[in-house]
Design a protein. Structure first.
Length: 79
């Protein structure tokens, strides 16, 4: 069972980014934020949420991520 896409709270995301000591790619930070803040672990839910958001969709397009399986590979690749 999949969740409905949520609206990403960018104010909370900015606060989350401010707490990080290390600099990461904005997309990687957004993925971590979504997984933690919204307690999402299902890659299909995360992908649908990203597709539902204009800025996040541009981030997906930039990385040629056009399906949940590609997002999963991106999420779990070695850093």
């Amino acid at each position: 069972m999949y969740r409905e896409p949520i609206e990403i709270d960018y104010e909370e995301f900015k606060e989350y980014k401010a707490t990080l000591d290390i600099k990461k790619d904005n997309f990687r930070m957004l993925l971590d934020f979504i997984r933690l803040y919204y307690s999402m672990s299902n890659v299909f839910d995360i992908y649908n949420t990203l597709l539902n958001d204009e800025l996040a969709k541009m981030m997906l397009d930039k990385r040629d991520i056009d399906e949940p399986m590609k997002l999963e590979k991106y999420l779990y690749r070695p850093m």
